[in-house]
Design a protein around this ligand. Structure first.
Ligand code: ABC
Ligand code: CA
Length: 530
């Protein structure tokens, strides 16, 4: 029989592998990283002009060194850009610094560090209780363009690719010309004659088996907790279930479209999708003071009823590495703060793309891939504080109510046309697009109890719900949103709004819950060893 001490030490030395499921991801919030642009290993300050499209030197070790920065903002997962070996050559679109131009899926991209560095990243994340999500590309490979001619048809050399190195592993060359023809979208090639993205023949059963066994070992080798899957709509839908099951972890797919019905089909074959269909109306609603706020409600309501699990577990984002940053449309702080808040009241998993917190303004690719080291990773900034507050508020809502994650957000109609109110008890988001020089007000009945004290976590201003009508009335300050929680949901340790926390018997649900879970896990493991 093992002694308690040796059982405990065995537990402590077990690798922290989470291999998390869709359910385990639902309460998380994700920070999206382009490894080459996040942090250098030695924190020097290399130049990095986005339009040069070259490797700037960011690495996995750089990420490890800045995990405090990410965790301090309230994120408990990171999504990192693709990690496998890419082509090295210069192309018409520069170098493969972003990682999407796969050459060999069984080797790593050495620009980001060594295999040990990557494993250290997984270990460092897990030691903090954080998850690792890795971006993968299944749809295509890319060949060094040296032997390509810019005139079609081209002679392709498949031999440098691995493990798919035969012409028959790929669909015959043809570029996608018709996005309304799904066969064309799946079996023709992305890219263009300057840089063809050679389309894998995912109709070929040998290729399919190879992919499925690859993903099992890939996830295990690097202790991956979830996968962001690229170009999902470019592969037949019935490829995905077996692949996802071989992966054995949470899968979230990129289906780039604004069409809800089209997107819904993919929620049947993967755990989840990035919620592009809601992203479009959100950007349009907040990027000018004349944006259409009600289009958000239509998209959300439709997605809630047509996606397999509604919006639960989908990826909610305002920016990513493919789209112009929000602040390339407007830098009005009122509008920006409202737009940034939306993913945190969303039913899905909030995702924040690196640099958004530092107010970066880059437009379309490649300008939206600015190196983060130019910001100095400054934390005492208005937007960083804002993001930390909405992230923490969501976590407090999760802790305060066991039904928060399974309650759909709903819209409480407002008479002020520049205002919307989104309720997801115990959280209430009061949003507006009047901008920093406009004025807006909200009136919300039936969400909180009569006479209840609630707080705007962005300013720590408290409100008392009217004791006879049950109405909460609030107005905007410089066009900023108000993110409301009952003061009872705040933690007594004052994580957020210390001045108000504890005034109404607020309890530290979070630490109590986690502590108890930790103890029972250890006890369970010890029993297993005895
Ligand atoms: C390079 C250059 C760019 C240059 C481009 C031609 O080539 O960097 O400056 O403009 C990677 C790199 C990119 C690189 C590409 C191509 O490879 O990151 O820098 O661009 O070499 C994923 C990733 C993305 C990645 C790839 C490729 C795929 O997130 O980072 O790019 O591995 C399609 C795919 C989508 C893909 C995207 C880039 O292309 O579906 O998976 N993203 C329509 C189509 C979409 C299409 C989109 C853009 O155009 O429907 O399928 O996305 O081409 C809405 C409609 C949408 C419509 C949009 C524009 O409008 O609802 O359907 O999208 O209203
Ligand atoms: Ca394809």
């Amino acid at each position: 029989m093992l002694s308690l001490a040796s059982a405990l030490s065995l537990f402590l030395f077990l690798p922290h592998v989470f291999a998390a499921s869709a359910d385990q991801w639902k309460s998380r919030s994700i920070y999206q990283i382009i490894t080459d642009r996040f942090a250098l290993s030695n924190d020097s300050s290399a130049t990095c002009n986005t339009e040069d499209r070259i490797y700037c030197g960011g690495s996995w070790t750089g990420i490890v060194n800045h995990l405090d920065y990410i965790q301090d903002m309230g994120f408990d997962a990171v999504w990192i850009s693709p990690i496998v070996k890419n082509i090295e050559a210069a192309t018409a679109y520069g170098y493969a610094y972003h990682g999407y131009w796969t050459q060999d899926i069984n080797s790593l991209n050495s620009h980001y560090g060594s295999e040990d560095d990557l494993k250290s990243l997984a270990t460092a994340l897990h030691a903090r209780g954080m998850y690792l999500m890795v971006d993968i590309v299944v749809n295509h490979f890319v060949q060094n363009p040296s032997s390509n001619s810019s005139t079609l048809p081209q002679a392709f050399d498949y031999s440098g690719l691995s493990p798919f190195s035969a012409e028959t592993d790929f669909h015959p060359e043809c570029f996608i010309t018709d996005y309304n023809n799904q066969t064309n979208v799946e079996q023709c090639w992305l890219g263009d004659s300057n840089l063809p993205l050679m389309d894998i023949d995912t109709e070929n059963s040998t290729v399919v088996q190879e992919w499925n066994s690859w993903v099992t070992s890939f996830v295990n080798t690097y202790s991956i907790d979830g996968l962001r899957i690229d170009t999902v709509k470019h592969i037949r839908k019935d490829f995905w279930p077996a692949f996802a099951s071989a992966a054995g972890v949470f899968t979230i797919g990129e289906v780039l479209t604004d069409n809800i019905t089209y997107t819904s089909d993919y929620t049947q074959v993967l755990d989840s999708v990035l919620d592009y269909p809601t992203w479009y109306p959100v950007v349009q609603a907040f990027n000018t003071t004349s944006g259409n706020l009600s289009a958000i409600q239509s998209a959300v309501t439709q997605a809630q009823s047509s996606y397999k699990n509604g919006l639960f577990g989908t990826g909610a984002f305002l920016e990513n590495h493919d789209q112009p940053r929000f602040q390339s449309h407007t830098t009005d702080t009122g509008l920006v703060k409202n737009a940034i808040s939306f993913p945190f009241i969303h039913d899905g998993i909030p995702i924040l793309y690196q640099g958004q917190e530092q107010g970066y303004t880059g437009a379309a690719d490649p300008f939206n891939r600015e190196a983060l080291w130019f910001s100095g990773y400054q934390e005492d900034k208005d937007l960083v504080t804002h993001i930390k507050a909405v992230n923490t508020a969501r976590q407090l809502a999760v802790n305060a109510s066991s039904s928060f994650l399974t309650t759909k957000m709903s819209f409480v109609s407002q008479s002020d046309v520049g205002a919307i109110a989104i309720s997801k008890p115990p959280m209430l988001a009061l949003l507006t697009n009047v901008g920093s020089s406009g004025s807006a007000s909200w009136s919300v009945s039936g969400v909180y109890n009569k006479g209840e004290t609630v707080v705007d976590v962005l300013t720590c201003k408290t409100y008392t719900v009217d004791s006879s009508s049950g109405t909460l009335s609030a107005s905007a300050d410089s066009g900023a949103p108000r993110i409301i929680l009952p003061t009872s949901a705040l933690k007594s340790d004052g994580t957020l709004c210390a001045s108000v926390a504890g005034t109404s018997g607020a309890m530290s649900v979070n630490s109590v819950g986690r502590g108890a879970l930790g103890i029972s896990l250890v006890a369970g493991l010890i029993l297993t060893f005895l």
